[in-house]
Design a protein around this ligand. Structure first.
Ligand code: X8Z
Ligand code: ZN
Length: 655
């Protein structure tokens, strides 16, 4: 628990110094001697009673610093993320260590003003500074450097991870064909099966239907976090070291642990926020249970009783995604008879010869239709849209703001498929948000809360309806209302399937940071949650010594994940509000706000706020309600829910 609880009423969502990247590498600010001296001087003066003027001067100092060094750190982080080498890792580690040291100093110094009556905006800035570090280090010498080292190493282990599929019992031809298809290569193109990187495995998991190959890719990808490096260290070792260092740092700052610090970023008490996530989950859980029941029954038809028993959790590798986090890729296996809308987005994109660049341009055009200014020239010059052939990069998609202004970019290893078409919109949402709040203090240049940042692009992507696809020439004829259940099923496989995963990632981390689970219990605790919340199970027993959470980007990258769960609720609230605004009175899943300048204007008004106000105010500004509410999700999927309940009659649901 933080020492001064009343402050949560105004705690801001800002992650100081890391605000420049959305879902990307953590950046820190480097130090200068002059600035360090300044910090020491003001800390030394802390026995004197502080005044509002002191607080204002302190805030200004942190803002100036953050603006200048944040940019420097972001540029280093960009270089490292787009070219992982010994040297770029070295530089990233150095910058992150220096930034963490300074962030810790600032956060400690901010405590001086705890009991001072401050104007609300200044109070909010002070709180933002206290919550500024994603994972804080303790002040003892060497700790920030040690933390930066393990964080950089974990990230680079993940991003450079690859597996050997050359000595499989499955015919090499079959694997090569799957890999070619994942890469969009022609039949016969040469591929190397000895080293298949994560980004290809991700795409392959969506297309392959051979359960033995799925199990093999799935299992081998989980070797990456426990593979020792040249010095015998594994990602699991690094993770345990990070937990210790981070918790020491968080406790010095007055938090219970890092998990509690992450939960404190939602303008309420950490415990109240945890309860809020459970409340929201309770609203959508019945829908998930019905979806799970139907999907399991259909997969049972495809794979048989041995692979998919009807009373057990579903095998995680059969759900079309490396982490079973969204299931849209198995739509064809579970589609409702007679309600298939008759198109597949991946197919449409490939048939029309879309390129990754064209996918991004299409995303931009959607935002332009809402009235947002075109992306700057530098976006196109500096973004990484596809995977460079000649170097290691962080392929996990992210959106960056390098200079607190217009140097916005995305970094993706885009493939021409439906998943990445949606991800392009997701990332652009981050960039438009970043640009919208660029006139705010750097301390407020972030989402109203983390969930808002993740929901913007997704809300736009909910408008990728058949009518919209027809408008932009991707689809010839739109399916009639008799196909609605198919459309809703596709969307539920993406969005409803995600919800328990979105929740449990941090339920696991909250336990780990709270030290309720020790390193030897990491993996078993992970699978208990996977089974409890998602109802999924590994293809074969997992050893307790494994580190399966480390096979998911956000664990080694230390990106908190509840933001995505929240985003999956918020995006439907935003979508419903936007559709209401545009005068739509049909079913929500058929509503596209493409072209609505009115929606764009109101949307922009919310985005411009950044984190200056507590998030309920931002939510209210756009939706008219200050409360997060799963009711919009329930309303969107109501026809599907009714259909599922009928379909599942006589089936025994649950696990
Ligand atoms: O990490 C992301 C984005 C970048 S913020 C691509 N997402 C989560 C994931 O991939 O696990 C978007 C949805 C969930
Ligand atoms: Zn994101």
């Amino acid at each position: 628990m933080q020492k001064n609880n009343r402050l949560f009423a105004v705690a801001s969502a800002t992650t100081l110094l890391t605000a420049l990247t959305a879902c990307g590498a953590e950046v820190g600010i480097p130090s200068t001697d002059a600035a360090a001296a300044e910090v020491e001087a003001s800390t030394a003066a802390s026995t004197e009673p502080s005044t509002v003027e002191d607080a204002a001067a302190f805030v200004k100092k942190v803002e100036d610093w953050t603006r200048e060094y944040g940019e420097y750190a972001a540029r280093v982080a960009w270089l490292q993320a787009t070219n992982i080498t010994f040297d770029s890792n070295w530089l990233q580690t150095k910058v992150a260590a220096e930034g963490t040291e300074k962030g810790v100093q600032f956060a400690n110094e901010a405590k001086r003003f705890n009991d001072l009556d401050l104007p609300p905006v200044m109070r909010r800035k002070i709180e933002a500074i206290k919550l500024g570090l994603n994972v804080p280090a303790p002040e003892r010498p060497g700790a920030a450097a040690a933390l930066a080292e393990v964080e950089t190493r974990m990230g680079s282990t993940y991003s450079t991870g690859a597996i050997d599929l050359s000595s499989s019992s499955i015919p090499a031809d079959e694997i090569a064909a799957a890999l070619r298809s994942a890469r969009g290569l022609d039949a016969g193109a040469e591929v190397d099966l000895t080293s298949v990187p994560g980004v290809d495995l991700e795409a392959m998991m969506g297309k392959v239907r051979n359960p033995a190959l799925l199990a093999e890719m799935w299992t081998k990808w989980r070797d990456v976090p426990v593979r020792p490096d040249g010095d015998g260290r594994t990602m699991k070792d690094d993770y345990a070291a990070m937990v210790e260092l981070g918790n020491d740092g968080a406790r010095e700052l007055g938090f219970e642990d890092v998990g509690s610090m992450w939960r404190a970023r939602y303008d309420m008490e950490p415990a109240a926020f945890a309860a809020e996530t459970d409340r929201l989950w309770g609203q959508v859980k019945p829908l998930y249970e019905q979806l799970h029941c139907h999907v399991r029954a259909e997969l049972n038809e495809v794979y048989g009783d041995a692979a998919v028993p009807l009373d057990k959790p579903i095998r995680a590798d059969l759900l079309g995604n490396m982490w079973a986090q969204s299931w849209g890729n198995i739509y064809d296996l579970v589609a409702p008879e007679d309600a298939d809308p008759g198109y597949d987005l991946t197919q449409l994109l490939t048939d029309k010869g879309y390129t990754p660049l064209q996918m991004v341009k299409t995303g931009e055009a959607f935002f332009s239709s809402l009235g947002f200014a075109p992306l700057p020239e530098t976006f196109w010059e500096r973004s990484q849209i596809t995977k460079p052939a000649d170097r290691e990069v962080v392929c996990h998609a992210s959106a960056w703001d390098l200079d607190w202004a217009d140097d916005i970019r995305i970094k993706m290893c885009t493939k021409v498929n439906a998943d990445d078409f949606l991800t392009v919109h997701h990332e652009l949402g981050h960039n438009y948000y970043q640009r919208a709040y660029q006139d705010k203090s750097v301390l407020f240049q972030t989402g109203a809360n983390g969930g808002f940042h993740e929901a913007i692009g997704d809300m736009v992507a909910l408008s990728i309806t058949p009518d919209y696809l027809k408008t932009i020439g991707l689809l010839e004829t739109t399916p009639d209302a008799s196909k609605d259940i198919g459309l809703l099923m596709q969307q539920a496989l993406e969005k409803i399937a995600f919800m328990p995963f979105g929740l449990l990632m941090d339920k696991w981390r909250w336990k780990v940071f709270a030290e309720e689970v020790a390193p030897q219990g990491y993996n078993d605790a992970w699978w208990r949650l996977r089974e409890e919340y998602q109802g999924v199970t590994p293809p074969s027993d997992r050893p307790s010594s494994a580190f399966d959470p480390g096979s998911k980007y956000h664990i080694p990258a230390n990106v908190s994940y509840t933001r995505y769960f929240i985003a999956h609720i918020l995006q439907f609230q935003f979508h419903k509000a936007a559709c209401d605004m545009s005068g739509w009175d049909g079913p929500l899943h058929r509503c596209s706000v493409y072209g609505s300048k009115e929606v764009g204007e109101r949307f922009n008004a919310m985005l411009e706020m950044g984190a200056e106000k507590p998030w309920p105010e931002a939510l209210e500004a756009f939706t008219g309600s200050a409360r997060m509410d799963g009711e919009a999700v329930v309303a969107y999927f109501r026809p599907l829910m009714e259909w599922l309940e009928k379909e599942n009659e006589g089936r025994s649901c649950g696990w």
